[in-house]
Design a protein around this ligand. Sequence first.
Ligand code: PPS
Length: 289
Amino acid sequence: MVSRPPIKVVSGMPILGPFAENWENVQRFQAREEDIVIVTYPKSGTTWMSEIVDLMIHNGDVTKTQRGAIFERVPFLEYAVRDMPSGTEALDARESPRVIKCHLPVHLLPSSFWEKKSKIIYVARNPKDVLVSYYHFYRMATVHPDPGTFDEFLQLFIEGKIAFGPWSDHVKDWWKIRQQRDILYLFFEDMLEEPMREIKKVMKFIGKDLPEDVLEKIQQRTTFKTMKENHMANYSTIPTHVMDHSISPFMRKGICGDWKSHLTVAQNELFDEYYKTAMSDTDLTFRFD
Ligand code: PPS
């Protein structure tokens, strides 16, 4: 494991340095009809949705979700670090139905996902909370470069010079394509507000019909508190030199509006200015409180 490798650029997108080595295999990846792909910009609710979907395809059977850590149960397509199976290798070996984590922008999603009409669930989160969450994740996970100060990271975020590129293009492009391609587009803030409502949308979308008590169980198993304590969901089984939870836990706060305790008035004004410009050509909106 290389510590704090620099970001690389593949097909115009900044990506974590080691991930660049497997880029050709990602683009050649063979999707299947039964695949369920959870696409997000980083720190937008990927792990939360992964746990929900994994529970759902196992009809709420909690023992099945204890079979492995979330990153084993729901492999990360782009993942590639030396001496470890890559995301594409892990997925190739997996039986269907596969649940797949992916952070790619629309135009870089491997074409086989479109050809096979795999099911795609997109989760978006307001960018101020994404920024804060991503900053702390950069600090605790050494696969990222050093984030510098919060102010420096904010600048990188605005310029789209962080892993997976500009947040605004990511959320807007997936928003644009959602109807054309029958994508379920959800929001982190809606999941916080009324988890059951969003869980039911997921169930319908993936073609399941689960009784109310099972859905209740899924909701309870996927609260922030429960997932934070669940070693198979909270990334605590990863060695400390890769993810150091004492710097910042992966399951950090799980709320909406934490940005208020991070951004100064000046930083907030700068961010609002960026947001206004970046989002001027879309009807997509976010809730920040
Ligand atoms: S990653 O690394 O991109 O896969 O991260 P991702 O899972 O997308 O996002 C991590 C943030 O999601 C929060 N989280 C949750 N919030 C509420 N409820 C549940 N169940 C939940 N699970 C994960 C997690 O705490 C990170 O947000 P922050 O703001 O840092 O707390």
